[in-house]
Design a protein. Sequence first.
Length: 205
Amino acid sequence: MGPKGDIVRVTLVAVGDSGVGKSAALHAFVHRCFPTECLPTALDQKETLLHWDGQTVYLNLWDTPGSSSYDALRPFAYPQADVVLICFALDNRESLVNAEQKWAPEIREFLPNIPIILVGNKRDLRDASPELLYEVVPSTKSSVNSFEGEAVLECIGASSYVECSALMDQGLENVFGAAIVAAMKHKQKTPKKKCRCCSCCCTIL
């Protein structure tokens, strides 16, 4: 972490299946509102300045497509990453399976030392059934409970597991606060490494 007053630069990359709410979460955090129209499915870049722990943070966010047809394009967002969000939807169990079996291995292949934040999106849809919050639900159920998210965190070696709802503006500051903390700790410990390819409150300025 630099001296107080310096601008700290953090590059964040979000990955996950199509339709799990990656784009909505990034849009809601940057613009402070839920998107009212369909967002791009190709690589998209956003940036924002925010205050965190008394410092100004320049946050560069890369939103990546989840479709397999973009597998060759997606790694172009990886080289400058300081932290990665692996996203899944709390109302879609298959997306959690893919977070563990597809997205974590892809990130570890290209960015073996970069911290990962596991993010459960669409909490409002899962929380519509309160009994699913902590219940060990059968595999036939589509919703994911918090224990299952924590278990995948351990399996993939993520730094944090955070749940949020972009629609309800719940948990977003926790998601990006955890990402900034992890990125700053990594920057302090390790010099910037090349990619192998070609809870604090944040206040938007």
